[in-house]
Design a protein around this ligand. Structure first.
Ligand SMILES: [Zn+2]
Ligand SMILES: [Zn+2]
Length: 266
């Protein structure tokens, strides 16, 4: 929170994005303390097979979902996004209606998690696309606990281009002091090592077709892939005084999104 306030003071044009992030973190932190460590029922051999195949380790049934806590966080996240114009009013109405209607939310969350963790299930239909954003935020504290437990239990042995724990895409990265690059899951914020110059979105590893540029202060770096035209931002921890702070660094690098898009990446 202090780092976010410092960022806001240093870059007033990011004020609204910082305030949104503070409001979302507030919900996340209140929930975090209440989420129990999950009991993962899967056998070690099953987990190791999943890991080797590059499939997500967290099954829906292992997420320690306490539905009244989840429902409250889901609603609060939607309200905050609406307040900061990050959610359209019609979408907000559809989303909160889902949370209000008896047990309508549970099967949607289950189907959505299965569809987005690589099980082959189809996404729930007839819901606004912005539901993704709200579900990612509301599930994060629960999935983070699962990743915490599984990280201790299942060693990572293969190269994962999606989150080894929840199967979501990486949406940030950190270059470690050793120059190793870790990807960071956009959903559960787990980190894992990945080849420093391979595109995680299409696995292009031709260095000539990866465009990489740094910010003037050297703190951040962007990798644009000239095959799939997607980009990934990273915090460069090689000469830094602190480790990566996902909640802060993803906001501090918002101006880099515009720079990457100007170069034709998305
Ligand atoms: Zn994840
Ligand atoms: Zn690519």
């Amino acid at each position: 929170m202090i780092a976010l306030k410092e960022l806001k003071a240093a870059q007033p044009d990011l004020a609204s994005a910082v305030d949104l992030q503070i409001a979302l973190l507030d919900i996340q932190r209140r929930l975090q303390g209440r989420v129990p460590l999950p009991w993962i029922s899967a056998e070690d051999t099953w987990l190791q097979d999943q890991e080797r195949a590059g499939r997500a380790l967290v099954r829906f049934g292992d997420i320690p979902l306490e539905w009244s806590d989840f429902r409250l966080a889901f609603r609060q996240n939607a309200d905050v996004l609406l307040r900061f114009d990050a959610l359209e009013s019609a979408d907000h109405q559809a989303i909160v209606a889902l949370a209000r209607e008896g047990n309508a939310l549970e099967p949607v969350v289950e189907q959505w998690y299965k569809a987005t963790s690589g099980t082959g299930e189809l996404r729930p239909e007839g819901l606004p696309a912005s539901l993704d954003h709200v579900l990612v935020l509301a599930l994060r504290p629960f999935l983070a606990k699962c990743a915490e437990v599984l990280r201790q239990r299942t060693p990572l042995t293969t190269s994962h281009s999606t989150c080894p724990f929840c199967g979501w895409e990486p949406d940030f990265a950190v270059i470690m002091p050793s120059a190793e690059r870790h990807l960071i899951c956009g959903r559960c914020w787990a980190q894992w090592a990945f080849e420093p110059l391979t595109c995680p979105y299409c696995r292009n590893n031709d260095r000539a077709r990866i465009t990489s540029f740094a910010t003037r202060d050297g703190r951040y770096r962007v990798y644009g892939c000239d095959v799939c035209h997607r980009y990934l931002k990273a915090y460069d921890g090689r000469n830094a005084s602190r480790t990566v702070m996902v909640a802060v660094d993803t906001i501090a690098t918002l101006p880099l999104d515009a720079a990457a898009m100007q170069r034709g990446y998305s």
